[in-house]
Design a protein around this ligand. Structure first.
Ligand code: MLT
Ligand code: MN
Ligand code: ZN
Length: 309
């Protein structure tokens, strides 16, 4: 199984179009220790030829063209190795790229009924005609084989609910502290190679590593996990946005309830942060925060990173 990080950034990427924070400015000026990051997505393949995208970011067109393996190759006049897309929530950075996949190319979209409803109720996604692009509901806790465009991908996925928040643009302030969040709004995925049994986890958005998630992840060989923020209040501190990580539905990396601490006893073989926000000091390869993360056994995902299982 081949896993490729298409985009390691969070919403907006780095640099973000309207941002002049330290990280964004440093990437733009080519400062050593900083690299550009597109928005949040992975691609997975069992055979190296047929691929499933885990989330479809607004940068998808650029991500496809960045690697020949995702382009049509020299085959049919119209073709794509991308056979399926799995969505982990309805956030803009995870679904807007679906629109790039128009042009009457068959593939499958897997998501929970909650997220499929978001796609259905936004008429722009109707550009993916239902007769060509299949919508396949994911049931939480059930392992299903992935297929698309008549191709069995040789992979199975299990979706499971994780603590999180409904998409920002769907927040209902009148609905109380959860803003209307329901089960299925934010999921994690376990992806397995059907032939080898090798598996990994993908949890790009997570508000808290709770006991259920701990039990599920214990002893896993590989995880790509929510690395949005290093500190819960970093966006407020930097004057970027008046919101904490907790308010945004993202557990931070540091702190007593942060992910470094939460994964301390979980014996996960390889731990890679993705969905890293442009405010995060770990994006500076020479920062103390980067050293702290690496000393704790974590890796910082980057665009084009490839892992083979
Ligand atoms: C998130 O990860 O919290 C969202 O992508 C935020 C957003 O939609 O801007
Ligand atoms: Mn996001
Ligand atoms: Zn920035």
């Amino acid at each position: 199984m081949i896993i490729r990080v298409l985009g390691s950034g969070a919403g907006g990427g780095c640099p973000q179009w309207n941002c002049n924070c330290r990280n964004c400015a440093s990437v733009r000026s080519g400062k050593p220790g900083f690299v550009a990051r597109t928005q949040s997505s992975l691609a997975v393949s069992a055979n190296g030829a047929d691929w499933v995208l885990l989330n479809a970011s607004p940068d998808l067109r650029q991500q496809i063209e960045a690697a020949p393996v995702f382009t049509p190759g020299n085959g049919a006049l119209r073709a794509s190795p991308i056979k399926a897309v799995v969505l982990t929530n309805g956030d803009v950075d995870h679904i807007a790229g679906l629109i790039n996949l128009r042009e009457a190319q068959p593939f499958s979209v897997y998501a929970t009924p909650r997220v499929l409803d978001v796609i259905k109720s936004n008429s722009v996604f109707g550009i993916l005609a239902a007769g060509i692009v299949a919508r396949i509901p994911l049931e939480l806790g059930l392992s299903v084989p992935l297929a698309g465009a008549g191709t069995d991908l040789g992979l199975t996925i299990e979706a499971f609910d994780v603590p999180g928040k409904i998409a920002l643009y769907l927040e209902d302030a009148a609905a109380g502290p959860g803003f209307g969040t329901q089960p299925g709004d934010t999921i994690g995925l376990k992806i397995s190679d059907a032939a080898t049994g090798e598996s990994f986890f993908y949890v790009p958005g997570c508000a808290e590593v709770d006991p259920a998630l701990e039990r599920r992840l214990k002893g896993a060989s590989l995880i790509f996990f929510d690395g949005t923020l290093y500190a819960d209040d970093e966006m407020i501190h930097q004057g970027l946005l008046d919101k904490s990580g907790e308010r945004m539905g993202h557990v931070s990396i540091s702190g007593p309830r942060g992910s470094i601490s939460a994964f301390g006893d979980l014996e996960v073989g390889r731990k890679i942060y993705v969905h890293i926000n442009n405010s995060n000091p770990v994006l500076d390869a020479n920062s103390a925060e980067r050293r702290a993360v690496e000393a704790a056994g974590w890796e910082i995902g980057y665009d084009g990173m490839e892992v083979r299982l």
